[in-house]
Design a protein around this ligand. Structure first.
Ligand SMILES: Cc1ncc(COP(=O)(O)O)c(C=O)c1O
Length: 405
């Protein structure tokens, strides 16, 4: 019988064995047995500095978060196993209220992950069920940016059931405007899905994208998982600040609580209480899934307080100082050099060159995230560095030295 082709089968068959080789050589997949800031002990007895964790501000070891998680565990145990709609501790409301302060009074709904935000919210957005985001009688069409995160790409088939879903390439300067015009000509409302801070690439110009969409009554959905906490006086993040420090009409923000924020989970930012009511009633993972586990929920509240009281803004200064210093040490040659992104990349023309660099870094006690095709172009390799406010000068020097600078 002929096997029907599908994108999962195609991805599996096209993926090279590079990542397997990197695991086998101990260049990724590290088992960490102890940790002090960015210094880690490895199972093989070695010590290293890590550039792997996406906790860009180092908040996950802040005493306030640890105390909050410990107290919650003592009071409630680990988990209250039901949907948030059926029963919950006070932390959930506290978290959402503090997030609302961070986002200038807009409403925030907490989910267990960013992926569940996409899954819960996007079908409602496309169906015109969220009151602040009207959709034409003909329905909506989704335009997914090619490099938008895998957690969005994987639900394109779900979105296709709501409205036509196609991809566009933002490196082509005319592609988005053309796609939006084509959708509008069919009478549908265009909904554009993009990242804010790219997890591998650069900063996405969300304000220009919104300007293209606005005349057509379209909506912009930004996954700013990597941008949350690292910009803005209250840590609202890259996309919110790039859009003028307010939630513009027609924009939905999705954020992460698991990266720079210091805790765990995801959240959506929408304008009104009426949108929140729809999310609580119909967003599938909120209705039928469990809530963020209790110690992490309490830690999220503690982290949100550090945002609202200005402590995060101090940590941001250290992050950007470290990013600038790493750029200086590496001669401004890395991917994202000079940008307010915590992600840096060393690109290599061949996989062999990338493997050689990964070995040198490991030998120098520097842990990074090696990426190969299909994350980067076929035959090439990228060493991804996650810079943190906690890195010390010697850590940055060790990493730059191992890269040959
Ligand atoms: C841009 C982006 N969006 C979404 C996710 C998925 O996050 P979660 O694990 O909370 O679903 C990630 C994970 O790294 C990400 O980088």
């Amino acid at each position: 019988m002929e096997r029907q082709s599908n994108w999962v089968a195609s991805r599996v068959s096209k993926t090279s064995d590079s990542l397997d080789r990197a695991f086998a050589e101990g260049l990724t997949g590290h088992v960490i047995t102890a940790r002090d800031g960015k210094r880690v002990q490895l199972e093989d007895g070695g010590e290293a500095v890590e550039f792997v964790s996406c906790s860009y501000l180092g908040l996950e070891s802040h005493p306030d978060l640890i105390a909050a998680a410990t107290e919650a565990m003592g009071r409630f145990g680990l988990h209250f196993s039901t949907s948030r709609n059926r029963g919950r501790p006070p932390y959930l409301r506290e978290l959402e209220e503090l997030l609302s302060v961070m986002y200038g009074g807009a409403q925030a709904a907490a989910f267990t992950s960013v992926g569940t935000v996409h899954l819960g919210l996007l079908p409602l957005l496309g169906a015109g069920a969220l009151p602040s985001y009207p959709v034409a009688d003909a329905g909506a069409a989704f335009l997914v940016e090619k490099t938008a995160h895998a957690s969005i790409q994987v639900i394109r088939g779900v979105l296709e059931q709501i409205g036509p879903t196609r991809r566009f390439d933002m490196t082509d300067p005319t592609a988005l405007a053309a796609a939006v015009r084509e959708v509008a000509a069919t009478g549908r409302t265009p909904i554009v899905l993009v990242d804010g801070v790219g997890s591998m690439g650069g900063l996405i110009d969300v304000a220009s994208m919104l300007a293209i969409l606005e005349p057509f009554g379209g909506h912009l959905y930004v996954d700013d998982a990597h941008g949350v906490s690292i910009e803005g006086s209250l840590g609202a993040g890259y996309a919110f600040e790039a859009l003028g420090g307010v939630l513009p009409e027609n924009v939905v923000l999705a954020g992460s609580l698991s990266k720079a924020f210091g805790g765990a989970g995801g959240f959506a930012v929408v304008p009104s209480h009426e949108d929140m009511l729809v999310l609580r009633k119909f967003a599938n993972p909120l209705v039928f899934g469990h809530s963020i586990m209790l110690p992490m929920l309490a830690a999220n509240v503690a982290a949100a307080r550090l945002h609202v009281d200005g402590q995060v803004a101090e940590l941001q200064k250290r992050l950007w100082r470290n990013a600038a210093e790493f750029d200086r040490l590496t001669g401004e040659t890395l991917v994202n050099a000079g940008l307010h992104s915590p992600v840096r990349g060393a690109l290599f023309d061949t996989e062999d060159a990338a493997f050689a660099a990964a070995r040198r870094l490991k030998q120098a006690g520097v842990l990074v995230l090696p990426a190969f095709y299909p994350t980067v172009a076929r035959g090439t390799g990228l060493m991804r560095f996650a810079v943190s406010a906690l890195h010390q000068q010697r850590d940055l020097e060790a990493a730059a030295g191992a890269l040959g600078f």
